[in-house]
Write a protein that binds this ligand. Sequence first.
Ligand code: AMP
Ligand code: MG
Length: 486
Amino acid sequence: MSTRFFFDNSYARLPARFYIRQAPIAVAAPRLVFFNAPLAEALGLDAAALAGAEGAAIFAGNLVPDGAEPLAMAYAGHQFGGFSPRLGDGRALLIVEVIGRDGQRRDIHLKGSGRTPYSRGGDGRAVLGPMLREAIISEAMAALGVPTTRALAVAMTGEAVLREKPQPGAVLARVAASHIRVGSFQYFAAQEDQEALKLLADFAIARHDPAAARAENPYVALLSGVIARQAKLIATWLHIGFIHGVMNTDNMTISGETIDYGPCAFMDAYDPATVLSSIDHGGRYAYANQPRMAQWNLARLAEALLPLLAEQEEAALELAQAALGAFAPAFEAAYFDGFARKIGIAARMPEDTALIEDLLRRMAEQGADFTLTFRALANAAAGDAGAARAQFTDPGALDSWAEGWRARLAQEADPARLMRASNPAFIPRNHLVEAAIRAAEDRDDFRPFEALMAVLARPFEDQPEHAAFASPPKPEERVLATFCGT
Ligand code: AMP
Ligand code: MG
């Protein structure tokens, strides 16, 4: 076989109770419909070989590359607040760990690769539409500068998958710093398996927080590291209008990468109460609830780690509380620093918070498009407020805010440049994602998908020839609900 992976399967060396070894289930007719050659090269893979039939076979799960040790990882999780002690990879497999050109270790996972012992009632399969959706949105997030898993390939299986109706099956090859989740710790905590808990924590420290190993209390340092990464990550989501949609503890990483793109979506008009997921009836994971839900998830992580934090329960609880207490200030600082940059302020001063909140309040009242309003501010600072004003039903609401803002910008060196680098022109708008999926699923036409991927790879450039990709949906194009597509 020509495709050599530079592998080192560290997770597969953990004790047997961490996973179940399982090969992908072969499919009828592998066909590669997306291949991320630049990512493959960055990972040190043979991109030319993988772009052809061999890649199709590997990414559909029909061929296990040399050195791979496929396994389904065990984990638990709180799903919409209810605890499941045993979830695990029910339709995914960790195939191989590779060391990239940057020296970083990454997992290559297949999602939709067939049944595993964790499948419960599910068929272990995935549908083309949701896999293209994950490819589009995760790659867009990466280009927007958000920590995220990446999409390496999407292979169609040539098999139908039965959902409400038969749908084309597909497998997504996903790349992640690791697939350790909050729910991975909950799995062993629920079984009171402290030995496994410690092994997992040591594994996570070696992989994501090597400095924690030298800390006075390495497990407190690990917890604090996860809290700091998640606080920053959620702030970054809010800066671009991203709504994850299923922030269950099994969908929250220890690495700080965004993971598990299901019914996620970007909001068009700014409304903090926005919920797009069809399964989120109570609005638990609404846009503005995300920091609170992240904190809730991190409290579950702290609970799981308690036996490692200190021998006495009371002391452990105190350490956990102190670590969790850092979330809110870390989130707030990241949140306001980011919004300050979005309005052209490089180093935030205390009074800038009110300026930011005032703008957001006016945008919500006026139904302003989140992305277009911020993108237009760079021009507004230079005196051309037309595009920004157009986002407001009553443009006077922007004008009266902008007076104080312009006065503040007089103290900034190059606010227009900062704003253009902080406010994307292009986000994966739901109606465009939907249209790309429809063309692929219904007409076997991948051109809209490819065109969208190309535009979203350069979100901070104007690309005037692609202006249509920047526009919000027309009323008849609006997507009111997104589906997880399991
Ligand atoms: P998710 O909502 O995609 O994060 O998945 C939650 C849990 O359900 C995980 O344990 C998945 O592996 C499992 N799951 C989701 N879809 C399927 C499926 N089609 N077949 C088997 N298990 C699944
Ligand atoms: Mg999941």
